[in-house]
Design a protein around this ligand. Sequence first.
Ligand code: G3P
Length: 217
Amino acid sequence: MKFFADTADIDDIKELADTGLLDGVTTNPSLIKKSGRDFIEVTKEICAITDGPVSAEVVSTDHEGMMREAEVLRKIADNVAIKVPLTIDGLKTCKALTSDGTMVNVTLCFSANQALLAAKAGASFISPFVGRHDDVGYPGIELIGDIRLIYDNYDFPTEILVASVRNPIHIHDSAKLGADVMTAPPSVIKAMFNHPLTDKGLAAFIKDWEDTGQKIG
Ligand code: G3P
């Protein structure tokens, strides 16, 4: 499973990159606003931190506008993936961009039918939003299972990029279902390390070692 950081915070991205766990980055207009940074500049900086895909989202809602913005965004770096919404214009843009080799991440996916359309449009990645489904009382993880089954039925190459990940359980359950990628805030990725028995066990090892009075080297 590939781990993408869902943020435009440069310090958080660098910290995660230092762990060796960073395979890519996703941003969206809300994350850019939260960063307080210039969209093009911060995307350029992110592309210099990781060689993996960096999703940069168009903000036009019509095909012509999306294509214009995609031209600007894909010039930033070779590892830019253009993010488009799951709309008719978004998938028209997806088809046009992927047909000339540009990576496309189709976002705001909330149904398996939408994911089927994105795969048929040649999407590089599909981003089903798990957390926002949970927010309205639908078990969002079931969407991941449905998409995995449908994609496997037809050998679609589109990678399932689980988004709107709010906790390590989302990651655990998505990995069990065979999702290709997950994107999460770095804090959620770091929370995967946490287990009280690991902390307790390490403290006991250190205490017992100190009692031996020995040193290594
Ligand atoms: O990549 C999409 C993600 O940023 C949405 O997350 O928590 O706003 O649903 P959230």
